[in-house]
Write a protein of this length. Structure first.
Length: 97
């Protein structure tokens, strides 16, 4: 009888642990989804072009060409989309030195 009671308690404990793990799993899945959504702020070519045009009007045309070249391209449309954040960061730093 004591063994049966022990096994019943073990089963109850396992059920509680399973439920806790399910809650943790759901929380992690939710967190992952939120992280993906927040990190997918896509930068478009038009956005980059607008920033670079403003900087060019301010007299930074040579520097902009150098930044584009540093990204491995000869013109803005040749810059890879994954390089847009870096290019924008460098361009936004122009004139703040």
């Amino acid at each position: 009888m004591a063994k049966t009671k022990q096994l019943d308690q073990i089963i109850l404990d396992l059920d509680q642990h399973i439920n806790q793990l399910m809650v943790i799993k759901a929380d992690l899945a939710s967190l992952l989804t939120q992280t993906k959504e927040s990190s997918v702020q896509e930068i478009k070519l038009e956005d980059v072009r607008a920033v670079l045009a403003d900087k060019s009007r301010l007299g930074f045309t040579k520097e902009i060409k150098a930044i584009i070249t540093a990204c491995g391209a000869t013109k803005l449309s040749d810059v890879k989309p994954q390089d847009y954040p870096t290019l924008l960061k460098k361009a936004e730093g122009l004139g703040h030195e």
